[in-house]
Design a protein around this ligand. Structure first.
Ligand code: FAD
Length: 321
């Protein structure tokens, strides 16, 4: 019974978090002495599909169906569940990305499977027990859960497992699906992507600004630092609510959850709802003029100072490096 991994793409290209999920699924397949099948939905080039073999997939099921060109939660979950049944897979792996967060529970229901969402380490598979360490309470804690169901669904937190490559190309097969009208109650009609920006959920470095930056006119400093570091930009909720930044940059409990190697928070107080989306970052740097700002309690490094004095110096130092 192979492991099945959902290989998510963005605009026809696989993301880093997809390669992490495939590498992670391959390690599970090896630990359970089985093979790895990947499923891709949407318009991805044949060479990119075959290249999933580099990360451990032996076979790639390709679902090229016009109705499934854009992500539709319910319909994608149906397709992945059908593929799991067709392959006889008893473990389904996907990334705990924005779409993965919607898919995992739906796939779980369709397969009557236990779900561990937001895994941060490989499962322990010993003595018939399958336990997974995962984030809990919006990233504020970790939990170790045991999945006792016959079929298991595991979604992997981005940036928590390394990409392992070096394998040979995979065999690509078309996987025909019958779509159900009832799966298309709500659909995304079009997705507009900013071509030259680092994708926030996948970013290894995030530079994030809060209300302490006073207004959208001051975001040049955040963008300049982000560009120098090859980072994505993010913001607190009030900043996107005020229209200073797009909602796609809002991180936290009600926004995107990120887990980069480095999160730089500038002029953000560190409210619990904000921390919920960033606390699994590996290193947190906080710049705030208030030494009592709650964010300093979870910071690895902190600078107490005015952002408008600190940022130009930081930018100059990075440029000189
Ligand atoms: P503020 O709280 O106004 O803090 C600004 C900070 O900037 C202060 O610490 C101040 O000392 C500092 N500062 C001011 N001037 C400067 C300067 N010149 N240089 C340096 N520092 C400076 N928030 C989120 O971010 N994400 C969420 O997902 C989210 N979800 C929520 C869900 C619910 C149900 C609720 C009730 C709230 C939610 N919030 C969320 C809002 C959250 O509670 C906070 O209000 C918000 O995070 C505060 O944003 P902020 O830190 O940018 O602003």
């Amino acid at each position: 019974m192979p492991v099945l991994v959902y290989a998510e793409n963005a605009g026809g290209k696989f993301k880093k978090s997809t390669f992490e999920a495939v590498s992670y699924a391959k390690a599970i397949a090896d630990a359970t002495n089985t093979g790895l099948t990947a499923i891709s939905i949407g318009d991805v080039a044949a060479a990119d599909l075959a290249a999933l073999g580099n990360y451990g997939a032996e076979k790639v099921l390709n679902v090229a169906n016009d109705k499934l060109k854009n992500f539709v939660n319910q319909a994608y979950a149906s397709v992945i569940a059908e593929a799991a049944k067709a392959e006889g897979a008893d473990i389904v792996v996907l990334s705990n990305s924005f779409s993965g967060r919607g898919l995992a529970p739906r796939i779980g229901v369709k397969l009557q499977a236990g779900v561990a969402d937001g895994a941060v380490a490989l499962p322990s598979i010993e003595g018939g027990k399958f336990t997974v360490k995962k984030t809990a309470f919006s990233g504020k804690a970790f939990a170790t859960v045991e999945l006792t169901s016959a079929i298991k669904v595991v979604s992997l937190t981005p940036n928590s497992y390394k990409v392992v490559d070096g394998g040979a190309d995979a065999a690509v097969e078309d996987f025909a699906v019958e779509t159900k009208e009832s799966d298309f109650k709500a659909m995304i009609k079009d997705i507009v992507r900013s071509a030259d920006k680092v994708s926030l959920p996948d970013a290894e470095i995030v530079v994030s600004g809060g209300r302490g930056l006073k207004g959208p006119e001051n975001w040049g400093l955040v963008e300049e630092l982000a560009e120098l570091l090859g980072a994505a930009t993010a913001c607190s909720k009030p900043v996107s609510d005020a229209g200073w930044r797009p909602h796609s940059e809002h991180v936290g409990q009600t926004g995107i959850a990120v887990s980069p190697n480095l999160y730089i928070a500038i002029g953000i107080s560190g409210a619990i709802q904000h921390l919920a989306g960033v606390s699994s970052s590996k290193v947190i740097v906080v710049i705030n003029k208030d030494a009592d700002a709650p964010f300093f309690k979870v910071a690895d490094y902190g600078i107490v100072g005015d952002a408008f004095e600190v940022l130009p110096k930081l930018i100059a130092a990075v440029k000189a490096y």
